[in-house]
Design a binder for this molecule. Sequence first.
Ligand code: KG4
Ligand code: ZN
Length: 334
Amino acid sequence: MNILALESSCDETAAAVVKDGRGVLSNCIASQADEHRLYGGVVPEIASRRHTEAISAITRQALEDAHVTLRDIDAIAVTHAPGLIGALLVGVNFAKGLASAANLPLVPVHHLRSHIAANYAAHPDLKPPFLCLVVSGGHSHIVRVEDYTTFKVIGRTRDDAAGECFDKAARAMGMPYPGGVHLDKAAQKGDPSAFVLPRPHVEGSPYDFSFSGLKTAVINLLHKAEQRGETVDTYDLSASFQHTVCEILTNRFLAAAQMTGDTTLVLAGGVSANSGLRAKTEAMCRENGFRLFVPPLSLCGDNAAMVGAQGYYEYLAGNVAGADLNACATLSIE
Ligand code: KG4
Ligand code: ZN
């Protein structure tokens, strides 16, 4: 079964063709990051406009790269939630029009579910149940994937998402948007024990995260240094920050796995590209005898191949939408 998948939840317009949920026949992305960088973050109005301009061409490109036409497509999958509402609406409306014109089933896909499904496209032997740490620019969840379309949230951030915290700390250090990847590179040249940063706990919730205190600590440290006319070694601060975030994430992930009894662990989302998180999670899994799956770097960030992968399983579960499908800015993964 060939699925044409579309993604427009934030600042990437993406289209892909995926066969039977696992075979990526094409995966095309038009990124707007260069334009949003001028403003230090995503400007929702600009994102919607650029999606509108890019979506037809990127869809055509995905069909061409897969060497198929619409006649070879069996369903259209689209990210309908969560994300920037105006951005999501572009993908949803385009998908609705195309599904109607080509008389194809329309499959709505939850963005975080699709991040998890990026791993299905990369690892043919990965099957639920497993425990997944999904860390992106907008969300940080520990999720038990009971089967392909049944999810149970074990823990979540109470404030900032991990990616948001990376981006804000990076911005405070003068790095361009999106800062996560720049901070990761800087961290590789620094000393992770140079600065002692707070590790906020959420009272009574051993699997939840809180990152806003850590972000504020980095910002305050930089402000104080500036007021005193001192310079901060951004390599050391990046390394200390990354070490702290990754320790918080892997400690909670381990505690959750010990509680659920899961021995198959999975990383997903944009922050799963982080070198420190990958290394720390690998070490934690090795020490505890867990099997770990991580997406290839090409499938960590927003893309449509992951939408096609999850869309296949949503379709098999009968999750098909009508012409009344709407986009939602927020929606639980459950
Ligand atoms: O999943 P994603 O592409 O979009 C959302 O659904 O939010 O995640 C984007 C986030 C951004 O905050 C970005 O800075 C972060 O993932 N990110 C990283 C790295 N690469 C991307 N954060 C830390 N280290 C990285 N190497
Ligand atoms: Zn995402």
